[in-house]
Design a protein. Structure first.
Lengths: 302, 455
């Protein structure tokens, strides 16, 4: 049987590897090559310009402005999303203190779980369009509600002071549901008797969360952290659909810079590829850093 | 694995052949009847942007082409994503023969020209019109059509619909209230006060695409200072944005911001949302092009009777009369330089620009053709009727600018952002022009961008 193993492995492995090579690896490699050219994408003509694109990128204020926004997203989105996700998951799984024995969620857990997951079912574009209408300064849900209290709301997406934060809020909103489910599933795996013991000792909900749940959930939180960090470096679809980077570039992100450079107001594939290459390394470093920073000894429950 | 990957590297994205030997095979004999030398059986591939105008009008043009060349097989296709569909074919060196390069996903025309990817349409202009006796195609066109499609004096892009840019209002609202569209700036401000007192916002604009408001500002400046104001902007002349005329115009427009004549919340509206507020009677005036009637078709109340008007004159010192309006050709068509059937493409354009083709277009899509007189006898909706009238009144005083075609980023990103700051009141007129000028300087200093001169 032994000599028959390799043909079988090769038959199954080669087609996916070729597909991966052609559709994933080769475009990546090409992006590196293209980033050193002045290719405009209209013809096969391209001249090699060495690292000129990267030098230009370094001096491009609009890139730095977009990167600044991504940095804010990176600092805010994962923390807020994970905090909210943990909070909701805890409430849904062990928040109930109705005097009954045992560990249970708050009343209506099943409904909440369903509702939190709704945004996950919608496509990002739909989410962006829905929120664009919610933020509508005159007829939107938000300002209409504020008007009921006699407050004249701001123009939200039309005001550089609020536009970026409005998009960021939607980003958190769209992500939280998934992490509630993820954390919830992980919590189900934690033995109930640990919680019961804590209850008997009179631990409050927040102590239980801090001292028991989070340490036992650390692996999952770490994964969430990396996913969210990568998502925070992107943010392209929401920004493009909701504000297109405006007003006055206040909600611009690096992904939108790249898109607009290649397909939007500018058609410079070489330069856009250079932005893509920089994004690639940024995302990679952030993922590695997130892994490193959150590394802890794994706690096993037996 | 290494070998195929390496092969892909050299052949994929930027590869592509420049072997296009069969182009000459589609060259027939040039005669008076056939000025471009179309080969009667050469196939023709046409790709249409399926947007506001649909594709039916193009099918009619293709049928007319087939009448003359029944043996030519016409391949028709349509898409809403011209760039995504066709850019790979440009790179590959096998583009279609006729491309309706339009819509939000158009391929940047300035970039195409700079790469030599477009055929010279000059011969088309000098060819005799198909059905207007004694005239060349050039003679049948409305003013500005050649100008807007020309790069460094070469005609590369044929725009087939004529668009007027101005201020729009509902004649019903104005008649009901006894208001009259203002001819001078002072009248305009007085009217704004009246409108505001009546509980309606005098103005709104596309807050998320504030460049819509750059049009009335530049128009006001051109009418004050003459055509050179726009030409200097187009040619990226130093400090063109800070000319006296531009300063006076920006100062004037600043008043609608200062006096809060703009519908609150406008900066948060996109073009359709703001136009809808206008249709709902929340605002009285809005800046737009003649496509607005089509765009708002579904939400315009019956009897709204929208009409276009030129920007108000600043005063007696204006170089152009009040009637002067910005008119330009839109809906661009191109023939790629590497098309297999370039003569066929030119002949197709001659069909589009025949009186028959133009009249059919006007009737089918309710838009004006670039062929003069094609709207005669057509039944047009109220907005378009007002456009025809406004263009008639404007006549030879019509003006236009083209920097938005040469340097798309300048209008769509940089001037756009400056307009947003200016019309939401965060910056004053001086900073506004500074910011526009800064954008123009950035484009001017960018050695990687090809610069064009407007003739």
């Amino acid at each position: 049987m032994r000599h028959g193993k390799y043909p079988l492995i090769i038959t199954f492995l080669v087609p996916p590897l070729i597909l991966y090579g052609v559709f994933v690896l080769s475009p990546y490699l090409q992006a590196f090559q293209i980033s050193t050219t002045d290719w405009l994408g209209f013809s096969a003509d391209a001249n090699s310009v060495g690292l000129d694109n990267f030098v230009r990128l370094f001096k491009d204020d609009y890139i730095w402005n977009a990167l600044k926004n991504n940095a804010i997203m990176l600092a805010v989105v994962p923390v807020v999303t994970i905090a909210l996700g943990l909070f909701f998951a805890t409430m849904l799984n062990m928040g109930g203190r109705g005097g009954r024995a045992g560990v249970a969620g708050v009343r209506g857990t099943a409904t909440y779980r369903l509702v939190y997951f709704f945004p996950q079912v919608l496509s990002v574009v739909i989410i962006a369009i829905i929120w664009r209408e919610i933020y509508h300064p005159n007829a939107g849900l938000l300002n209409s509600a504020l008007k009921a209290f006699g407050i004249n709301g701001p123009a939200w997406l039309g005001d550089p002071r609020t536009a970026f934060w409005c998009v960021l809020a939607v980003m958190v909103w769209a992500n939280v549901g998934f992490y509630v489910v993820l954390f919830g599933a992980a919590m189900q795996a934690i033995p109930k008797d640990i919680y019961e013991a804590a209850l008997l000792d009179g631990a409050s909900r927040s102590v239980t969360l801090r001292r028991i749940t989070i340490p036992l959930l650390w692996d999952t939180v770490q994964v969430a952290w990396i996913y969210l960090a990568i998502a925070a470096l992107d943010g392209f679809i929401l920004v493009q659909q909701m504000t297109d980077g405006g007003p006055n570039f206040s909600s611009d992100v690096i992904g939108l810079r790249m898109y607009n450079t290649a397909f939007g107001t500018d058609t410079r594939f070489g330069y856009a590829s250079a932005i893509g290459v920089v994004m690639f390394f940024l995302t990679l470093s952030v993922a590695v850093l997130a892994l490193r920073a959150s590394r802890r000894d794994r706690i096993e429950f037996s | 694995m290494a070998t195929p990957a390496a092969g892909l590297l050299s052949s994929c994205a930027m590869g592509g052949g420049d072997d296009n030997d069969d182009a000459s095979a589609n060259q027939g004999e040039k005669t008076a009847e056939n000025p471009f030398g179309v080969k009667a059986d050469a196939p023709l591939e046409v790709v249409i942007f399926n947007g506001g105008y649909g594709e039916e009008y193009a099918k009619a043009h293709e049928a007319m082409y087939s009448e003359k060349y029944p043996n030519a097989k016409i391949t028709h296709s349509s898409t809403q994503e011209i760039s995504k569909t066709l850019q790979p074919r440009f790179v590959d060196g096998s583009p279609p023969d006729v491309v309706n390069n339009s819509g939000a996903g158009q391929i940047d025309p300035g970039g195409l020209v700079s790469q030599g990817a477009l055929a010279d349409l000059g011969p088309l202009l000098d060819a005799p019109s198909l059905d207007v006796p004694g005239k060349t195609v050039r003679d049948t066109l409305l003013p500005g059509v050649v100008d807007v499609g020309s790069y460094d004096g070469k005609f590369h892009v044929l725009n087939i619909s004529y668009t007027a840019y101005g201020i729009w209002y509902s004649t019903k609202l104005f008649t009901d209230r006894g208001w009259e569209y203002p001819k001078t700036w002072d009248e305009h401000i007085a009217l704004c006060r009246t409108i505001k007192a009546a509980g309606i916002a005098p103005w709104t604009y596309a807050g998320k695409h504030p460049r819509y408001m750059s049009w009335p500002v530049i128009s006001t400046a051109v009418k004050l200072g003459g055509l050179d104001v726009a030409k200097n902007i187009d040619n990226l002349e130093p400090n063109a944005w800070k000319s006296e005329a531009m300063k006076t115009a920006a100062d004037a427009w600043h008043q609608i911001v200062k006096d809060q004549f703009i519908l609150p919340g406008t900066p948060g509206l996109d073009h359709v949302q703001s136009q809808t507020e206008w249709c709902r009677g929340k605002a009285a005036l809005i800046s737009c092009g003649s496509w607005i009637e089509n765009e708002q078709k579904d939400v315009t109340p019956a009897g709204f009777d929208m009409a276009i008007a030129p920007t108000p004159s600043l005063g007696a010192g204006d170089k152009l009369p009040f009637e002067a309006i910005r008119g330009t050709a839109g809906e661009p068509f191109i023939v790629p330089a590497k098309a297999k059937n370039v003569p066929g493409g030119l002949e197709y354009f001659r069909t589009v620009l025949s009186m028959r083709g133009a009249k059919d277009f006007t009737q089918k899509v309710s838009a004006l053709s670039v062929v003069a007189g094609a709207a005669e006898g057509a039944t047009l909706p109220p907005g378009l009727t007002s456009v025809v009238k406004a263009l008639d009144a404007s006549g030879a005083n019509g003006f236009n600018w083209v920097y938005n075609n040469y340097y798309r980023k300048l209008e769509r990103e940089l001037v756009d952002a400056a307009c947003g700051e200016f019309f939401s009141g965060r910056i004053g007129p001086t900073e506004f022009l500074e910011q526009c000028q800064k954008g123009a300087d950035m484009i001017a200093q960018d050695s990687s961008l090809k610069k064009y001169k407007r003739a």
